[in-house]
Design a protein around this ligand. Structure first.
Ligand code: PLP
Length: 335
């Protein structure tokens, strides 16, 4: 089989022909099956539909310059799915089961891998399926794990930086759900983001409850200049991005000083005058921030386009993902 040559459609709207599935028996996961992508059977009383026992992951398999397709850090994503599952009291799928499912699924969908800069986006989903509408205060014993594959292009168009509205009142999520990748978190951010779009023409919201700069609705936030990369230190209040970790590692490799610490709004706006800001995430890779909106004012970041340090780190990561550069940290897994 060969990598497809047709361009990728809009992010997340088209599914590849195959998906992977595994179910539990008494809370223990059975074998993974790869089946045609299509509806899954779910009892209308399923725990996930009523009590939110649902979480997911997002990662990519990248077409390489050598024709190989490489999964990017599947183990880290499988581990993070385990963190989400644990925090939702769901059966935790073994890491090897998830990484095995990802490998099998990519191998079965090679014809649907778009050319670079596209990739095959993979979406593992874990649902609590006990048919019990009386289980508001009890976990689901049984779970369904499925993995969708979707050919995608660049999430962000790349024509100039993103506009971020800084939100200082509302948090992105609750303290106990910061590290859970679950739909409720995105639902909570949606209204705030829609308002910021309508009122300020913002692309995304940078959540900074009480002045503590955390992350946007779907990506981590970084400041960069010629010497430094600064981002919030890991704590349970936000999602620990695999891209964030990869960019910080590459930054250290390239001689940047990496500062993981608290960030305040004044510092961010000050930094914008001379430095760069970016969003890090599987979909965004490393996307430049062109302006902030705060206190009813627009604060441009540099000239509003991608700065040299953002471009350098973005390219360094993409080169590893595409097999153009050595992979000293063993992040990629050829399928
Ligand atoms: C809330 C949130 N923060 C950060 C990230 C970035 O995580 P990653 O780099 O692992 O994709 C994502 C994307 O999954 C996200 O949804």
């Amino acid at each position: 089989m060969s990598v497809s040559t047709t361009p990728a459609p809009a992010f997340g709207t088209v599914m590849a022909s195959r998906m992977a599935l595994a179910t539990t028996d008494d809370g223990v996961f059975g074998a993974v099956e790869v089946v045609p992508t299509g509806p899954v059977e779910l009892h209308p009383a399923a725990h996930a539909l009523h009590y939110g026992s649902a979480c997911f992951e997002g990662l990519k398999a990248h077409p390489g310059v050598d024709g190989k397709v490489r999964l990017f850090r599947p183990q880290r994503h499988a581990e993070r799915l385990g963190v989400s599952a644990e925090l939702l009291s769901l059966p935790v799928p073994p890491v090897e089961l998830v990484t095995g499912a990802l490998r099998e699924l990519v191998a079965a969908n090679l014809d649907d891998v778009p050319p670079a800069p596209g990739a095959l986006y993979l979406r593992p989903v874990l649902l609590g399926v006990d048919p019990n509408i009386g289980a508001a205060a009890a976990p689901s014993t049984e779970a369904l794990l499925y993995v969708l594959a979707s050919p995608v292009g660049d999430y962000f168009r790349g024509d100039g930086g993103l506009t971020l509205a800084i939100e200082t009142e509302l948090p992105r999520t609750t303290p106990q759900f910061g590290q859970v990748k679950c739909g409720a978190n995105y639902a909570m951010a949606l209204g705030v983001t829609r308002r910021a779009r309508a009122e300020h023409g913002a692309d995304q919201v940078l959540f900074a409850p009480g002045g503590d700069v955390q992350e946007t609705g779907a990506a981590n936030f970084l400041l960069l200049d010629d010497r430094r990369v600064v981002t919030k230190a890991l704590d349970p209040s936000f999602l620990h991005g695999v891209t964030r970790d990869s960019i910080l590692t590459l930054a250290r490799d390239l001689g940047y000083e990496v500062e993981e610490r608290d960030l305040g709004i004044e510092e961010v706006l000050d930094w914008a005058r001379t430095g760069e800001a970016a969003l890090a995430g599987t979909a965004a890779v490393l996307a430049p921030v062109g302006a902030f909106v705060h206190g009813g004012r627009r604060h441009p970041v540099g000239d509003g386009s991608m700065g040299p340090n953002t471009a350098r780190l973005r390219e360094a990561l993409l080169a590893i993902q595409r097999g153009e550069a050595a992979d000293p940290h063993d992040w990629t897994q050829p399928v």
